[in-house]
Design a protein around this ligand. Structure first.
Ligand code: SF4
Length: 132
């Protein structure tokens, strides 16, 4: 039985039909270019996702508005796609973070997560004035 995927590599969105061959390889059809084959192989054999979430802010030693402190969080994301089966581990590590302010967009908060080469970074800059 074939599996169906829509290639999201470009706006054409080819409908891919994929057969799993006995030796673990895939036979892909419906692609208009070779990138569809690469997409199908990545998505079915080694799926990855960029992880986006928000992290808590470390308020220790900072004067701030108490009501803001409960809602203010900083958006963070991975700087590359991470293996899909490990996304929950990345999220757990992000939710355990306490980020010190001020911080610049792109600052690495978790380096080389589990030896993957993927970092968790601040997705925006945030200064202490945000807490005033
Ligand atoms: S197979 Fe090629 S043409 Fe089709 S959606 Fe993917 S990248 Fe675009």
């Amino acid at each position: 039985m074939s599996e169906e995927l829509i290639c999201i590599t470009c706006p054409i969105g080819c409908h891919l039909s994929i057969e799993r061959l006995p030796e673990g390889k895939l036979a892909v059809s419906g692609n208009r270019c070779p990138r569809g084959i690469k997409y199908a192989n990545e998505e079915l054999l080694n799926p990855k996702r960029v992880v986006s979430a928000t992290a808590a802010i470390d308020y220790s030693g900072i004067e701030h508005e108490e009501s803001l402190a409960e809602i203010a969080r900083i958006p963070v994301r991975t700087d590359a796609a991470y293996p899909k089966e490990g996304v929950n581990e990345v999220l757990a590590a992000i939710y355990a973070l306490k980020v010190k302010l001020p911080i610049k967009r792109g600052t690495i908060l978790l380096a080389d997560f589990k030896g993957s080469g993927v970092n968790v970074i601040a997705a925006r800059s945030l200064g202490l004035e945000a807490l005033a």
